[in-house]
Design a protein. Structure first.
Length: 73
């Protein structure tokens, strides 16, 4: 069995662009979670990091330089 592709999207919120890992399903719910929690977390969020939303209800910051399988130019 193969693993479905994970979806990564750019999201502009509050004049910052964030890269969000939405996984392979539940895309809308995960974006809504990020937007809902953005208000209380915006001072702690770093647009240089990628945010993994695949851990049900948790937002994890990932340094894209060390994230496996993430290519940046």
């Amino acid at each position: 069995m193969s693993r479905p592709q994970e979806i990564h999207v750019g999201c502009v919120v509050g004049n910052q662009t964030f890269v969000l890992n939405l996984g392979a399903d539940q895309f809308l719910e995960r974006v809504e979670l990020f937007l809902k929690q953005y208000e209380s977390m915006h001072d702690q969020l770093d647009s240089r990091k990628e945010y993994d939303l695949t851990n049900e209800g948790r937002i994890l910051a990932i340094d894209p330089e060390t994230s496996p399988g993430t290519a940046r130019k």
